[in-house]
Design a protein around this ligand. Structure first.
Ligand SMILES: Nc1ncnc2c1ncn2[C@@H]1O[C@H](COP(=O)(O)OP(=O)(O)OP(=O)(O)O)[C@@H](O)[C@H]1O
Ligand SMILES: [Mg+2]
Length: 101
C-alpha cells in the first residue's frame, strides 16, 4: 500500500541500548499525525532516523512511496523535502528571516 511516509520495523541502538525496538508506522498522503510519549520514549530518535541524522540498525523508511531514506544521505533527504527542526534554534546573525529559509 502506498504511504507518504512508511516506517517499517525500525530498530535503533546506541551501543548496547535499544532506543527504538521494531517500530512500524504508516502515514497516508494528506494525513496529519502527532506522536506523543514520555521523556525518552524515542520520539526525537524516530525523527532523526526519518531525516537521516541517525541510522537504523534494522528496518527501512520510505518517503513518498519512492525514496528509501535508510539508503539516502542526509542532504539528499533534505532536498527531497524531509528535514527536522531542532529544539534549540540557532541562527546566523548576519542573515534575515528570508535568507535563513
Ligand atoms: N546519541 C545517543 N546516545 C545514547 N543514547 C541516546 C542518544 N540519543 C538518545 N538516546 C537515548 O534514547 C532514548 C530515546 O531518546 P529520545 O531523545 O529519542 O526520546 P524522546 O521521546 O525524544 O524524549 P523527550 O520527550 O525527552 O524529548 C533515551 O533513553 C535517550 O537517553
Ligand atoms: Mg525529544
Amino acid at each position: 500500500m502506498a504511504a507518504a511516509l512508511l516506517i517499517d520495523d525500525v530498530t535503533v541502538e546506541f551501543g548496547s541500548f535499544r532506543a527504538i525496538d521494531a517500530l512500524s508506522l504508516a502515514i497516508d498522503f494528506g494525513e496529519v499525525r502527532a506522536v506523543i510519549g514520555p521523556n525518552g520514549a524515542g520520539k526525537t530518535t524516530m525523527l532523526d532516523v526519518v531525516s537521516g541524522i541517525t541510522r537504523a540498525k534494522q528496518g527501512r523508511v520510505v518517503f513518498d512511496d519512492a525514496i528509501d531514506i535508510t539508503r539516502t544521505s542526509e542532504s539528499e533527504i533534505a532536498r527531497a523535502g524531509v528535514r527536522r527542526k531542532f529544539q534549540k534554534p540557532s541562527i546566523f546573525e548576519g542573515l534575515d528571516v528570508r535568507q535563513h529559509i
